[in-house]
Design a protein around this ligand. Structure first.
Ligand SMILES: NC(=O)C1=CN([C@@H]2O[C@H](COP(=O)(O)OP(=O)(O)OC[C@H]3O[C@@H](n4cnc5c(N)ncnc54)[C@H](OP(=O)(O)O)[C@@H]3O)[C@@H](O)[C@H]2O)C=CC1
Ligand SMILES: C[C@H]1O[C@H](OP(=O)(O)OP(=O)(O)OC[C@H]2O[C@@H](n3cnc4c(=O)[nH]c(N)nc43)[C@H](O)[C@@H]2O)[C@@H](O)[C@@H](O)C1=O
Length: 325
């Protein structure tokens, strides 16, 4: 692990759920030179602005946790924004990082890069072996492009310029800093909000989108941040001993998954809601299952710490805190 606590680290997306957790993790480890810009200070889709930023700041390391992010409905409703903004942010940041001399970069992708019907659990080698889930194909294509940008810059310039750009593929994430929008968020923040409101207003029933049968694997955001810093800081020889240059991304999962119906009962428990639960099968289910094979990362020595019921309690407390702001 790198011991230089003064190296300049740019965390792109530092006000987002994952970016803010990465900043917390780095600060707890004693890193003192963390560079950040809000979206309004630096629009990462703007090539000239990104070039000027990198030429001025010349960071040593980059965590690329900025992205256009949303749940199944947002992905399905705004496909142009998801593909365009993510492609632009990735191309601008990865290229300008390279041009300005950044040696180490970590790109955050997503488990939706894998085919809709990939064998479970999904290993890194499942990439580009089948058709994607249609509700988030544009976002997934952009995330695959991010992986390929990192791989291509490593292949062409790794030896000559000493660069080492890595990609982590997170499973579905949740925790403090999440987006609680009623339609555009992911399932956990959506259900925390819906169950909380149902408890307060004593609604007899909460409606869950889809059939409740899809399975998802959920990882607490501070575990994701820890995994990101772990992968960034792994010695090159150790990282490469577990990866193939043509398959340089690495999965970050929790280890087990639950059905959406089981999740709904967990969220009801976490929020203290005692009414009924029903399912609206007119809403999309999305991928039937997205269970990650995280054995590569576990083999390198990383494991998650936060179990789902504990993480949901913490996420609920974080949601309640947002209501007092
Ligand atoms: N949440 C999840 O379940 C999962 C997330 N991921 C990936 O993890 C990463 C982080 O996601 P998460 O923290 O949840 O997302 P958030 O939406 O919480 O944060 C995204 C961040 O990106 C910033 N951002 C978006 N567009 C721009 C832009 N044009 N210029 C500058 N900054 C921009 C946002 O700033 P602002 O808010 O000001 O717009 C925000 O700080 C993403 O790459 C995402 O794809 C992967 C799998 C699952
Ligand atoms: C992280 C991942 O996130 C997205 O994919 P997804 O895994 O389908 O994520 P989701 O959290 O939105 O839904 C998970 C499941 O839950 C069900 N569900 C029930 N009720 C609600 C609900 O109220 N809101 C939401 N959003 N889903 C609900 C929903 O129908 C689905 O079956 C990608 O687009 C892509 O962005 C990506 O990478």
């Amino acid at each position: 692990m790198s011991k230089d606590l003064n190296q300049k680290i740019y965390v792109a997306g530092h006000r987002g759920m994952v970016g803010s957790a990465i900043v917390r993790n780095l600060q707890a480890k004693g890193f003192t030179n963390i560079v950040t810009r809000t979206h309004s200070e630096l629009d990462l889709t703007n090539q000239a602005a990104v070039e000027a930023f990198f030429q001025t700041e010349k960071p040593d390391q980059v965590y690329l946790a900025a992205a256009k992010v949303g749940g199944i409905h947002a992905n399905n409703t705004f496909p142009a924004e998801f593909i365009y903004q993510n492609l632009m942010m990735e191309a601008n940041v990865i290229h300008q990082a390279f041009v300005s001399g950044v040696k180490k970069l970590l790109f955050l992708g997503s488990s939706c890069i894998y085919p809709k019907l990939a064998p479970q659990p999904m290993s890194e080698s499942a990439l580009l072996t089948g058709t994607l889930e249609p509700t988030n194909e544009p976002y997934a294509i952009a995330k695959i492009a991010g992986i390929k940008l990192c791989e291509s810059y490593n292949r062409q310039y790794g030896q000559t310029h000493g660069i080492d750009y890595r990609s982590v593929m997170p499973t579905n994430l949740y925790g403090p800093g999440d987006n609680y929008h009623p339609e555009n968020s992911h399932v956990i923040p959506a259900l925390i909000r819906r169950f909380h409101e149902a408890k307060i207003h004593q609604y007899p029933e909460v409606v869950i989108w889809g059939t409740g049968k899809p399975k998802r694997e959920f990882l607490y955001v501070d575990d994701m941040a820890a995994a990101s810093v772990f992968v960034m800081d792994l010695e090159k020889e150790i990282y490469e001993s577990h990866s193939n240059p043509m398959e340089s991304h690495i999965n970050v999962g929790y280890g087990s998954d639950v059905t959406i119906a089981e999740l709904a009962r967990e969220v009801a428990n976490a929020t203290g809601y005692e009414g009924g639960i029903s399912f609206d099968s007119n809403k999309p289910d999305g991928a039937p299952r997205k269970w990650m094979d995280s054995s590569k990362l576990h083999g390198l020595g990383w494991a998650p710490l936060v179990e789902l019921p504990v993480g949901l309690q913490s996420a609920y407390q974080a949601y309640l805190a947002t209501l007092k702001l």
